[in-house]
Design a protein around this ligand. Structure first.
Ligand SMILES: [Zn+2]
Length: 349
């Protein structure tokens, strides 16, 4: 799923594969680990997916957005690159549409199980069915109480259920994976490392024997992972969860090859985690400064995002701004109150 502001990392990361595979083809980045890139119709214009060799079959990690274009590119991969091999498992790192959009199609096509965390499996269904509070009305009310103006709220009313459009169907059975589970694929074992703050329960996969981490959206080389407060859990502290989670990746060997969902494969995991921690520390300081006078999230969105935002980007930007505000409320730097106009504002204590 799209992410927040672009960062300009210092040149401390090493990119051993600077040229992504063309659409419909694969590039092997470690023994039996194949990189597939699919287009996205957003400012963030691509997602990386992975096909892992498993004897005479394959395991697919993430599926791409549920569009005809992505399906056609997958068919090309199956015909040209897999040469008739079937997928025996489909793993979804998390429920966001660019990762889970074709999970239904792929699992049906190969009669293969879907492996996923419980929280993200249930959230995918809730989003599609507008259950458990995942309604557009709840979202619009949440954005209104956080200060978004009528003109921009109208954009959200018209947008409707975006998730269902790009996740056209979703399996009604799955195989639950949990933190620490080991998944055997080919000659290698992949350990599930759950992360929080970006999705409800995001599964990254680490193979010690290969020295490879499929980081999903939890660690990205160029942009910072979107951490967002949602309308169903408005008091959450996703930034705190995210910062606690990425510490786990920094403990992996320094020369780990990181396979992110967006951008290029890289080495320099520890340096990247340090950059992300520093990035958020600076953003928190800026927001604290901006809240000398009481401010709603929509008032300070420009502090973190210094550019024009469309409806799609505003969704992530509001969530991300609130993630930083809630973090500062949790640590006592800001106090939150609901004013007579129904708008929630934050001010320095
Ligand atoms: Zn995501």
């Amino acid at each position: 799923m799209p992410h927040s502001e672009a960062m300009t990392p210092e040149q401390v990361l090493d990119y051993p594969f600077p040229n992504p595979p063309a659409g419909g083809s694969v590039l092997e980045v470690a023994p039996g680990v194949n990189w597939v890139r699919m287009p996205l119709p957003f400012a963030l214009n691509h997602i990386n997916l992975w096909v892992l060799d498993d004897g005479d079959a394959a395991v697919i990690v993430d599926s791409g957005l549920g569009t005809i274009q992505t399906r056609e590119l997958w068919e090309q991969v199956f015909a040209d690159e897999l040469k008739g091999r079937a997928a025996n498992r489909v793993i979804a790192t998390h429920c966001h549409p660019d990762h889970a959009g074709l999970a239904g199609w792929l699992t049906r096509k190969f009669n293969a199980p879907l492996l996923m965390s419980q929280a993200d499996y249930l959230t995918a269904h809730a989003w599609r069915d507008e259950a458990a509070g995942y309604t557009n009305d709840n979202l619009v009310a949440f954005l209104r109480e956080n200060g978004l103006d009528e003109a921009r709220l109208q954009g959200f009313r018209e947008r409707g259920n975006h998730y269902r459009r790009v996740v056209p169907d979703f399996p009604s059975r799955y195989h639950r994976i949990r933190d620490g589970d080991e998944i055997g694929i080919g000659a290698n074992r992949w350990r599930v490392i759950m992360g929080y703050g970006h999705a409800p329960e995001h599964a990254a996969l680490y193979s010690e024997s290969l020295g490879v981490l499929i980081s999903g959206d939890m660690v990205l080389p160029k942009i910072s992972t979107n951490v967002a407060v949602t309308s169903v859990d408005p008091d959450a502290n996703p930034l705190g969860l995210f910062l606690d989670s990425i510490v786990n990746y920094a403990r992996l060997p320094a020369d780990t090859l990181v396979l992110p969902s967006h951008g290029l494969p890289f080495r320099g995991l520890r340096e990247r985690v340090e950059q992300l921690v520093e990035h958020h520390r600076l953003r928190l300081a800026e927001l604290e400064e901006a809240c000398v006078e009481p401010k709603a999230a929509a008032d300070v969105i420009g502090t973190l995002f210094r550019r024009e935002l469309d409806t799609h980007q505003t969704f992530f930007a509001m969530g991300e701004t609130l993630a930083h505000l809630n973090y500062l409320v949790r640590n006592g730097t800001l106090a939150r109150r609901r004013d007579a106009d129904g708008v929630v504002r934050h001010a320095r204590t």
